[in-house]
Design a protein around this ligand. Structure first.
Ligand SMILES: NC(=O)C1=CN([C@@H]2O[C@H](COP(=O)(O)OP(=O)(O)OC[C@H]3O[C@@H](n4cnc5c(N)ncnc54)[C@H](O)[C@@H]3O)[C@@H](O)[C@H]2O)C=CC1
Ligand SMILES: C[N+](C)(C)CCCC(=O)O
Length: 513
């Protein structure tokens, strides 16, 4: 077998007929996890098939957790929280660093399973797993720094503040970055002394449980990080549960609104990482090759299934011909195919209905007057095992206008819409003319212009002369309907902890009565 750490597959309940390659992995073990181990589902009648996007075959079943199972997971989490929250930050850090180390060691194996369940290329999945362990390492580093403040009051009295955890936090994930999302939510939660119950997307249930096993192996108390499987029903049981203190969600705007409504009933704080329709602005003085590379990075990672993608590419009119020629040349050269091959740069979309939805956006764009410069077609790779996969060719749309559906709505596929502009003032207004505000980008050599544009763009992240890089030290989150709260960076500690003020009287009580 070519996989050095083949032992992990047995630990994780994954059975292979041969070394993990596309079309061969079998996932056998249960996918929910609490009480320190995988848990068999209660009601297998509700099982739903999970597909391997590259082949279209059924990879495994996902059995949703019902009320009793959610109850058990939350209770386990609460018991673990009581122990974990009493540890010093440095003690929690040590366990988290061990978890990060194990992920690093098993990185290639986890990346493979992620590819098989999600469809993205192995090159990208390896980066995703690296970002996951870096995130856990980063918050391990912050765990020991959590502290309060001492405030002197009159007469020798004083107050101090304690940064305390919230309790049981719920994480609800999307299917585009399954393992990374679980790490982005659990790392700050655990660093602050909370426990977590995580629900992955029903389409990508396979890797979250690997993270649960790794945390357990690293030595967290039993029940600290739990995985419950399921869709909307299971998610809503979690949001309504009275023992849940906080909900952190990644997904679509309509579901985000529901999460907020449900959490409001229990006055629970929420973090919402929602969709986007982000602008990327390319000025005529840009270094063109970098701008073109930036546009590809802004549109084609994970088959375009990325919330912060810069899908509205505004190009200053004077350089439009050169830009289009170069961007089309490079887009046509993207190798689409078997996502487990090192040479592949674009894999399969998440599901057949999603592929059809994305192709539907392209048909609609054509009807509304857009011109397809390349791609936008279903793609059938020559390898026979990939015939049933959900592939398409990456697409560049020209002749776009701001009022077209492809320019207004989140497509969540490899579709770039290119729009000409003339002036800085005009492009800022058009870029901001959306209900979303997750990210934005600007390419220019003019330093003053770059910062002025970044200041005026309504977005949670503005990239200057690059796009879609997201180091874990840097806060990530949205403006407007792209959500609120942040993930990554120091600030996220605020979203997973609360401040207690302790007021100490050193003299006598001066009563007004
Ligand atoms: N911002 C982002 O990163 C993402 C945006 N999307 C957008 O959303 C579209 C639909 O994708 P979906 O996976 O269906 O997104 P979704 O927002 O419906 O689902 C995301 C997560 O929320 C859970 N969920 C759904 N309904 C729920 C409810 N009522 N209560 C609690 N949890 C609930 C799902 O099971 C999943 O784990 C995509 O085509 C894309 O446009 C999807 C995934 C990620
Ligand atoms: C890793 N990055 C920045 C490309 C995307 C992360 C946000 C998402 O979940 O879509």
């Amino acid at each position: 077998c070519c996989c050095p750490s083949s032992g992990i597959s047995l630990v994780l309940g994954l059975h292979r007929r041969s070394c993990a390659s596309t079309g061969t992995l079998e996932v056998k073990g249960p996918l929910s996890f609490w009480g320190g181990g995988r848990v068999n589902p209660l009601d297998t009648k509700k099982a739903e098939p999970v597909y391997e996007p590259a082949t279209g075959r059924v990879l495994c079943d996902m059995v949703p957790c019902g009320p009793d199972e959610v109850e058990q997971a939350v209770k386990n989490a609460h018991a673990a929280y009581l122990k974990w929250s009493k540890l010093a930050g440095m003690e929690r850090a040590r366990v988290m660093l061990e978890a990060a180390r194990i992920i690093r060691e098993q990185r290639d194996e986890i990346a493979k399973v992620e590819v098989i369940n999600n469809g993205k290329s192995i090159t990208e999945a390896r980066v995703d797993i690296d970002v996951a362990w870096q995130c856990i390492e980063y918050y391990a580093g912050l765990a020991g720094t959590l502290s309060g403040q001492h405030i002197q009051l009159p007469g020798g009295s004083f107050a101090y503040t304690r940064r305390e955890p919230l309790g049981v936090c719920v994480g609800i994930g999307a299917w585009n970055y399954p393992f990374q999302i679980a790490a982005w939510k659990s790392a700050p939660a655990l660093a602050c002394g909370n426990a977590m119950v995580f629900k992955p997307s029903p389409m990508t249930p396979v890797t979250a449980v690997m993270l649960a096993e790794i945390y357990a192996q690293a030595g967290v108390p039993e029940g600290l990080f739990n995985v419950v499987q399921g869709g909307a029903e299971t998610g809503s049981l979690l949001c309504h549960h009275p023992m849940v203190a906080k909900v952190s969600f990644t997904g679509s705007v309509p579901t985000g609104k529901k999460i907020m409504e449900m959490s409001a009933k229990g006055v629970k704080p929420v973090t919402l990482e929602l969709g986007g329709k982000s602008p990327l602005i390319i000025f005529k003085d840009s270094e063109l090759e970098n701008a073109v590379k930036g546009a590809l990075m802004a549109n084609f990672l994970s088959q375009g299934e990325v919330c912060c993608n810069g899908t509205r590419v505004f190009v200053q009119r004077e350089i439009m011909p050169q830009f289009l020629e170069e961007v089309v040349k490079r887009t046509k050269a993207i190798p689409v195919g078997d996502p487990l091959l090192d040479g592949t740069r674009m894999g399969a979309l998440i599901s057949r209905p999603h592929l059809e939805r994305v192709l539907g956006f392209i048909s609609e764009a054509k009807k509304q007057g857009a011109k397809v410069l390349c791609g936008g077609e279903p793609f059938v790779p020559s390898d026979s095992k990939l015939k049933g996969g959900y592939f398409m060719t990456p697409c560049v749309l020209d002749n776009c206008r701001d009022d077209m559906t492809c320019v207004k709505e989140e497509i969540f596929g490899p579709v770039m819409s290119v729009l000409p502009f003339d002036t800085e003032e005009e492009v800022i207004e058009r870029a901001n003319n959306t209900t979303f505000g997750l990210a934005a980008g600007v390419f220019t050599r003019d330093v003053a212009r770059a910062h002025r544009v970044a200041e005026n763009l309504q977005a949670g992240t503005c990239f200057i002369n690059n796009y879609n890089i997201s180091p874990v030290e840097v806060p990530f989150g949205g403006y407007k309907m792209s959500g609120f709260g942040r993930e990554n960076g120091q600030v996220t500690i605020e979203y997973y902890s609360q401040l207690k003020t302790v007021v100490v009287e050193m003299g006598d009580v001066e009563s007004l009565f």
